[in-house]
Design a protein around this ligand. Structure first.
Ligand code: C2E
Ligand code: MG
Ligand code: MG
Length: 607
């Protein structure tokens, strides 16, 4: 293969023809050299002996082919590199070394250079006898008769590059990755950050750099010993990589400092990510049987506001990190003061919210659920509020989303369930036992059997009637952990608890799927109810949902009914129940009771 000559057909490997007499055959035959040296002059003899020693001992593989491109001699290094013994290759074509990695054009170029310049040099992938393909650096020299210019031989010299290549790859890795943790190092970080900044500039979005420094790492390190400290850093890097999205880069700057690069962020998610990073380190790490508790201080800088190049951004993120250290560590600080304010507000909200239930600051309001054909109140939806000191009564939109991202919703949910069941029990004692109590539950409550435990406890502690308890969950909750949700729901159903799908139409679940989950009722989202009277399409959608629900034996409730027109339209379309300001707003328990008693006397509204 190496000595293939160009020809009109690139696949034709016809060799050149060379007179064998011109080849210094004795020399090339290596060990057999001495016998044929007898006839030579002593000077020439010595020269040839030197050459013979070089041939035998050089680390470079040598191969000589004759005028027909047939191998006539190879040296011991050739045997070592290729795995072929000399007797196996002499008389063969060099193509037995070919790996199939190069195309015809590659060899054509090689041959054309050999013809015009008499030598060629480059990298080639060849195959050893064992089948293993290896890279070699190959030099080919053409030998011609000085008198006639006739081609005599090709001499090929090559060295196995596998080890060098592996070393090169290792060097490249070392140049881009941190040895201890395997995370990208600052060289690679800079590279990625610069690319990300170019994209952010082109796309007009923001990116963020978070510098994270472990608090009191030196003390931890000392107590664990050097190897323990290294192991802890490796565990921490794994924990950090786990909280990062695939597009985000987590790198180690050295020591106990890490840098996150978030290539595209908005401020809201940025705060969450920063928080997530702190939470990721909150659980103790286990290093050789010893618990290590760590925390970190995080500084954040945002492109382009806080810096438009890598160094500026990194410096500013770092000075924000020092501010975090000064503020007592284990916290996040932004380079920009205004963002610090936002972060502090959020921390204060979460701090207050985590204690709201214990401090008795949570309230339940009740909104009537009305039977459209009889105009009777069939129940109430319990809606939580937070009496936040200094802020007044907060609507759920101001704290439920935060409670959901931090997990606080689990505790709040337990309080709501207990309180709602207690109220249901009180009603049953004051003649309102027929009323259903609808309670909103969050996806997080479905984890690890929490909801089932919470419901069991609430029912047991209050003595409420499970058949009057209705859980409202959204379509997205059903999608998060379908198996866990399914198991929980079926087990709750067996105890008589009712199920409703809240805000139906805003997710992607099919009614047939809901039927399989043994859902009792679907609550059609406000947005659809509002559209009923706006155009024919709006009405058509609601009609279709109601008809399908009916055919599957599900009840329907229209949410957000604000006008008599809405109410009528729903009723005409065959909707069973409704809820909305038209009937009554959410109100405290005592007000709700008065409202029900008032509504009982004259008909609530014209049917
Ligand atoms: P949701 O479960 O869909 O509750 C209905 C929301 O629509 C309530 O808002 C209610 O006040 C409002 N609403 C009722 N009728 C009308 C109307 O005619 N017009 C308009 N514009 N709005 C109406 P609220 O109380 O602010 O609750 C908002 C959401 O907060 C609830 O939506 C629910 O998703 C969540 N939420 C409330 N309490 C809890 C709770 O205890 N746990 C959980 N996980 N989420 C809750
Ligand atoms: Mg609801
Ligand atoms: Mg709803």
């Amino acid at each position: 293969m190496l000595f293939k000559h160009p020809s009109p057909d690139p696949h034709d490997t016809a060799p050149d023809t060379l007179p064998q007499s011109l080849v210094p055959g004795g020399l090339m035959a290596g060990g057999r050299v001495r016998a044929s040296l007898q006839a030579l002059s002593p000077a020439l003899e010595r020269q040839l002996m030197v050459l013979s020693a070089v041939w035998d001992t050089t680390g470079d593989a040598l191969m000589v082919t004759d005028e027909r491109n047939t191998i006539v001699a190879v040296n011991p290094a050739f045997e070592r590199v290729t795995g072929y013994a000399e007797h196996e290759v002499v008389g063969q074509s060099p193509s037995l070394l070919a790996s199939g990695s190069h195309n015809a054009a590659f060899y054509e170029a090689m041959w054309s250079k050999l013809q015009s310049e008499g030598h060629w040099e480059g990298e080639v992938l060849n195959r050893r006898k064992s089948g293993v393909v290896y890279p070699e650096h190959l030099r080919i020299q053409v030998l011609r008769d000085p008198a006639t210019g006739e081609l005599l031989n090709h001499v090929a010299m090559f060295a196995d590059m596998s080890l060098q290549k592996a070393a090169q790859r290792k060097m490249q890795r070392m140049a881009s990755y941190d040895q201890l943790t395997g995370l990208p190092n600052q060289v690679l970080l800079r590279d990625r950050a610069e690319q990300a900044m170019a994209q952010a500039q082109a796309g007009g979005f923001q990116l963020a750099m978070l510098v994270l420094d472990l608090d009191h790492f030196k003390a931890v390190n000392d107590s664990l010993g050097h190897a323990g400290g290294d192991e802890l850093l490796r565990q921490i890097s794994r924990a950090l990589v786990e909280v990062a999205a695939p597009t985000e880069t987590v790198s180690r700057r050295g020591g106990d400092e890490f840098v996150f690069l978030l290539p595209k962020v908005d401020i809201q998610t940025l705060r969450l990510v920063a928080q997530r990073v702190l939470v990721a380190l909150a659980d103790p790490f286990l290093v050789s049987g010893q618990e290590a508790v760590v925390s970190a201080s995080v500084g954040v800088a945002v492109y382009p506001n806080d810096g438009t190049d890598f160094d500026a951004l990194l410096n500013n993120a770092e000075s924000a990190m020092y501010k975090a250290k000064e503020s007592g560590r284990r916290c996040v600080r932004f380079f920009t003061e205004q963002m610090n304010q936002g972060a502090r507000d959020r921390m204060a909200l979460l701090g207050g919210l985590s204690r709201a239930a214990d401090r008795g600051e949570l309230r339940l309001h009740f909104q009537p659920l009305v039977n459209l054909s009889t105009s009777e109140v069939m129940g109430a939806e319990a809606l939580v509020r937070w009496e936040r000191p200094g802020f007044g009564l907060l609507a759920p939109a101001l704290f439920i989303p935060e409670a959901e991202t931090t997990g606080l919703i689990v505790g709040i949910g337990a309080w709501v369930l207990h309180e709602a069941c207690l109220q249901q029990r009180r009603w049953s004692e004051s003649g309102l036992g027929h009323l259903h109590m609808a309670v909103n539950v969050s996806a997080l409550q479905f984890r690890q059997g929490i909801l089932e435990r919470q419901v069991t406890e609430a029912l047991a502690e209050t003595g409420a009637d499970p058949k009057r308890l209705e859980l409202e969950l959204t379509e997205s909750t059903l999608m998060v952990q379908p198996e866990e949700v399914m198991d929980t729901l079926l087990s709750l159903k067996r105890r008589g608890v009712q199920l409703a799908i809240d805000d139906f139409g805003t997710g992607y679940s099919s009614l047939a799927y809901l039927r399989r989950l043994a859902v009792d009722k679907i609550k059609i989202d406000q947005s659809f109810v509002r559209d009923i009277t706006v155009d024919a399409d709006g009405a058509a959608i609601v009609r279709a949902v109601i008809q399908m629900a009916r055919s599957l034996g599900l009840r329907t409730l229209g949410e957000g009914v604000e006008t008599q027109v809405n109410r009528r339209a729903l009723q005409v379309l065959g909707c069973d129940y409704a809820q909305g300001y038209f009937f009554g707003k959410p109100m405290p328990a005592d007000e709700f009771e008065q409202w029900v008693n008032r509504a009982r006397q004259p008909p609530l509204a014209t049917p």
